[in-house]
Design a protein around this ligand. Sequence first.
Ligand code: ATP
Ligand code: MG
Length: 309
Amino acid sequence: MPSPAAIAFEHVSKTYGGSARRVHALDDVSFEIAPGEFFGLLGPNGAGKTSLISILAGLSRPSRGRVRVLGHDVGEDYAAARRCLGIVPQELVFDPFFSVRETLRIQSGYFGVRGNDDWIDEVLAALGLADKAQANMRQLSGGMKRRVLVAQALVHRPPVIVLDEPTAGVDVELRQTLWQFVARLNREGHTVLLTTHYLEEAEALCGRLAMLKLGRVVALDRTSALLSAAAGSMLRFKTDAPLPEALRSRARVTGRIVQLAARDALEVESTLGTLRAAGIVPEDLEIGRADLEDVFLAIMRDAPAERVQ
Ligand SMILES: Nc1ncnc2c1ncn2[C@@H]1O[C@H](COP(=O)(O)OP(=O)(O)OP(=O)(O)O)[C@@H](O)[C@H]1O
Ligand SMILES: [Mg+2]
């Protein structure tokens, strides 16, 4: 028998609210993540990432469909599914009266794991929390609380690790330590599902990606395939002048910096020609490779802009 997927989403739909204020947060989401994958779930605010993870975690019920974790149905066999999962939630939730170590011991106890202080110490050290073990949760800064949430998710050494924007509001140093640690766990065989708005993190870490828009899967492929299927080149330059109509809709503009995707050398030439014809002299012109942010923006732009009703 083939081994079960680490995570299997099967036709998952989720509708919030009554008839008057109904939101179709997820619409027929199906995909599988194999054991050992480092998988990224991307999408703009409100796309449905946290809704999907809440259903995976058993915190909310799907309106339709089902989810399995290593073969365990989250609805029918919750305890077994939950034990396989370590979830770092997007929202900071914690009990302010316990110390960091107590918080982690309580979480271990919740999963029936005791006497794992060596592992707790290793997790604390890896996340730069060793000197905070005795501190009360309420004494920690926002970024440190997030580190504790990560530690909490890992205390029972779950085979499947789910991180919902673990690096939001986290400083550069911790991001690097966190990714080193999570990458190590992944190398040791843990499956990782990550959501993030930092697309350079997703590009560097995730072997495969799903992109959600308005509750629907609009892209699902290997990261390398998504990158190579997209425009090959990216023109970057500065200008104060308004772009001609023909370029405006496909430009990514950040202040004075303009980025324009081009599939091949011919399109690079024609883009430069359009600029020249409009009397625009691009400053600091560079031609580089398209990155995941370019791919993401192109996919989001081309996907349907209406939620299902
Ligand atoms: N408890 C709820 N009740 C009603 N609507 C909800 C609830 N939770 C989420 N939604 C709606 O469902 C949609 C998807 O939200 P969700 O939090 O899953 O998005 P997300 O992809 O995680 O976004 P973000 O990147 O901002 O975290 C949004 O339209 C949101 O307003
Ligand atoms: Mg979210």
